[in-house]
Write a protein that binds this ligand. Structure first.
Ligand code: AMP
Length: 194
């Protein structure tokens, strides 16, 4: 199986690059943000709990995220593996992911970390707000999301960075070029382990 974590701050291009990677490698997309937005749209208990936090730019508690992820990973699928986008976002989630993959007799192939400075992230997110109108793409909420990222999410790099398969990539520039870099890195890991 090919299991990839696409990592990076809000606005770093995870969603865009995910779409390109999914098509190339035929993976199952696990975007916790998308799953949460569906839960909110369906007004489920979990969605109602998550909405307040998301609208404030805060992370949803690990217990809720783990419930969502377990359901997704145990579904029958004919894909070649999983592409995690926006998950894990805390050290606890990173640990849980390892355990879940182990239970499925597999492991993480690589972790690709997209690096973009805050000024550019803010510019992109405000631009996206004009197009998509996401309720958490306002300047105040974006700043709260950056804060959560810095305190809770960025530290998980330490969990991965000394392992094989961790790569930091400059996320600024032409998206096709970034995609090609990601593909080269993924293919190099796959080749090495073949
Ligand atoms: P995203 O679409 O990935 O930017 O996620 C939107 C919002 O959903 C985030 O700002 C968080 O409030 C929440 N969220 C998404 N994924 C997670 C996660 N793995 N852990 C905690 N909260 C999450």
């Amino acid at each position: 199986m090919l299991n990839i974590v696409l990592f990076g701050p809000p606005g770093s291009g995870k969603g865009t690059q995910s779409n390109l990677l999914l098509e190339k490698y035929k993976l199952e997309h696990i975007s916790t943000g998308d799953i949460l937005r569906k839960e909110i749209a369906c007004k489920t208990d979990l969605g109602l709990k998550a909405k307040d936090l998301i609208d404030k730019g805060l992370l949803v508690p690990d217990e809720l995220i783990i419930q969502l992820i377990e359901g997704q990973l145990t579904k029958e699928t004919d894909s070649n593996g999983f592409l995690f986008d926006g998950f894990p976002r805390t050290i606890e989630q990173a640990r849980i992911l390892e355990d879940l993959l182990l239970k499925l007799n597999t492991s993480l192939t690589c972790m690709l970390s997209l690096e973009v400075d805050e000024e550019e992230l803010m510019r992109r997110l405000l631009e996206r707000a004009q197009i998509q109108g996401r309720s958490d793409d306002t300047p105040e909420v974006i700043l709260a999301r950056f804060k959560e990222y810095t305190h809770k999410t960025f530290p998980i790099i330490d969990f991965y960075k000394n392992r094989d398969g961790f790569f930091a990539i400059n996320g600024k520039g032409e998206l096709q070029k970034i995609f090609e870099t990601l593909v080269e890195l993924i293919d190099s890991v796959v080749e090495k382990s073949a």
